[in-house]
Structures are given as structure tokens and as C-alpha cells.
Design a protein around this ligand. Sequence first.
Ligand code: NDP
Ligand code: MG
Length: 380
Amino acid sequence: MKRIALLGATGSIGTQTLDIIRRNSNIFKLVSMSLGKNIVLGRKIIQEFKPKVVSVISKEDCDTLKIDYPDIEFYYGVEGLTEVATQKDVDIVITAVMGSVGLKPTLAAIECKKTIGLANKETLVTAGHLVVESAKRNNVQIIPVDSEHSAIFQCLQGEGTNEISRIILTASGGSFRDKNRDELKGVTVKDALNHPNWSMGAKITIDSATMLNKGLEVIEAHWLFNLPYEKIEVLLHKESIIHSMVEFKDTSVIAQLGNPDMRVPIQYAITYPNRLELVERPLNLWEISTLNFKKLDFNRYPGLKLAYEAGKVGGTMPTVLNAANEVAVDAFLQNKIKFLEIEEIIEKVLNMHTSIHNPDIYVINEVDEWTRRMVYSKIK
Ligand code: NDP
Ligand code: MG
């Protein structure tokens, strides 16, 4: 029996993780979980999966739920996320909250020697060096859930990092891939949320449209696979069938393919190094017939360029990139700023910041908070 903690159970990755657990209830057990504000869905999940420990965002929701489910331990806030992630009888923590709020519970879980199934890329962008160092020191494995990183992780089984000449992350191009920069001026939230290939949470769907998602993924790949940015490339591939590729020093390329279905990388993270049947539509390449590829243009996607630059500077620069993006995307979703202002704001705040080298968790938190204040002041 594999005992699972799930951070972000009510989200897109969260509910798909629950589907995997539901289909394999003889071997997987949900021990603890967190949700945010979606209490209606949270109650349904609690009733079906009967976890021992649950955390929510607010104290009010926590107090109400305690009365309704006296057999369950309830917590709230970031401390609650940490409780969920560090339960004694948990084997693997699936981190599927949105945003850098995932950092603290992830670090705590690693210190408790839990295997991490990492979907929450913002955590690695915010403080990748702390997460990777702690995982190394505690001999903890971080298994990627993000489809591109799962693909690379699968391509690298049995291979050494020294053999890699580059990794190629594929990008669908998001909801506006057929628009030029001029056509992006008047786009709405509704247009931006209409992703052609994947159904995901709102924030990552906007990140895909700005290509910031791929930028965060480049930084995520840098930390997960210990590779310099020069060896990480992005390729436009609109069908999202090749999830990513590794080129080795003899020019041989290994790719991982599949229909776009996040349950495949989620399940692999839980079962690694083994695999489990997932009865779904198989990949029939004859049905797809053609796969398209296009060179990525940084002028069309300046957000990706900003991410590469922030990653290369390192220190607290990626922390600023991530926090500025989180606040700007939230403001766009609330119709407070225009789509193109997301990258404008990020660039302005990055330019205001001087990177701090090798930051500890306190510096990371300060810089994250400073960035959020700066972005709020620009939005007002
Ligand atoms: P969703 O927005 O669908 O879900 C986010 C989850 O986190 C929800 O359970 C939400 O709770 C909870 N949450 C949000 N904010 C907080 C907070 N401040 N404190 C505690 N809990 C919070 O996001 P996704 O599932 O799409 O994405 C989750 C993570 O996985 C992100 O880091 C994303 O980049 C990554 N990812 C997602 C993919 C996808 O296909 N969706 C693919 C690859 C990576 P509630 O809804 O109850 O308020
Ligand atoms: Mg991805």
C-alpha cells in the first residue's frame, strides 16, 4: 500500500491524482490532503476518500469542518499544508498547490524524508537551490509530475547526466499561438483560458498563453536535471504529443510520447520505478498523421526570454520572476490589467531588483513579499 499526501486536492492536478487513487484503491491510500477555498468539492473528497488529516486556507472553514467531521484532524494556513505533508505514515507527497505557498511544506516533507511527486513548479523556481540541496542531504527523490519533466525523467532512465548534450522542452504555444503581438492587445480573460490541448487550472493556463509557463519549466528543468541553461531548449510543437526530448552527445534523441493526459505522469510519479496499467485511449499516430514543429521566437514570447535571463542570473532573480508573475496573472484574471501588461510588469520589477546570491529561506520570503508589494503598487 502506498500512502499519499496530496497538497491541492481540489485542483486540476489534485482531482486527477484522486482519480488515480480511486482506480487503484487496493494499492493507494489518501492519508492527508489540503484544499483551498472550494469547500463544496472538499467535502465530497473527504466523504469519498476519508483522509485522516485535512488542511484548508481559512480558520473559519477549519472550525466548521471540525464540527462536521469529528474523526478527522483539521488544520489551516501554511502550517496546515506542512501538517498534511509531514504525516508520519505518508510515503509520497504530491505537491499540486498553485504558487510559491508550496515551498514551505515541500521543504518540510523533504526533511521528513518523504518522496516528492512535484507538480508545483513555482516552488522550484522560487528556491530551487534550497529544495535540491535538502533533497540531496536527506537522500530524497523528487519525481516530476509536470508532463515535460516527466518525459525527460523517463528518457533519462539508465542514462547519466554527463551523456546529455541538450534537453528539448516542447511547448504547445497556449491559447494565443496563432496570434501575433499586435493581436494580443485586446484579448480577454475568457480567450486566454481557452487552451487548445490541456484542461488545467486558471493560473497555468494563462502562463501557457504568455509562455511564462515554459519559462518556469526551463528553470524547473535546470534544478531537476542539474543542467546549465545553455543545454535547455524550447521547441514549439502544437499537438502536445511529444512531451519532451533528450539529445545525447552522440546526437541520438530519445523522446517520450503520449496523448495529452496528466494522469500518465501523475501515476508514473506515484508508481516509479514501476508502471501500472492506465486503461485509456491509446496513442494512434496514424490518427494524428502529422506532428508540427516550429522554432521559438523570443520576440513573440518575451516572457520566455525574461525567464531564461532570470534563471541565468540566479540567486533571488527567479524568486522575483515567479512572485511578480503570480500577482500579475491574478490581476489579469480579475480584469485589473491587460494581457500584455503581465510581462511588462514582470520586466519592470525584475529591473528594479538586484539579485542576492545564495539566499536562505528568510531572504527568499522577504524577496517574495517585496515583489508582491511592488507589483500591487504598479497595479493600483
Ligand atoms: P488549480 O488552480 O486547478 O489548483 C490549485 C490547488 O491549490 C487547488 O486545490 C486550490 O484550492 C489550492 N490552492 C490555491 N491557492 C492556495 C493557497 N494559497 N493555499 C493553499 N491551497 C491553495 O491548479 P493546477 O492543478 O492546474 O496546478 C497546480 C500546480 O501544478 C501548479 O503549480 C501548476 O503549475 C502545476 N501543473 C499543473 C498542470 C495541469 O495540468 N493542471 C500541469 C503541470 C503542472 P481551491 O481550489 O480549493 O481554492
Ligand atoms: Mg508542463
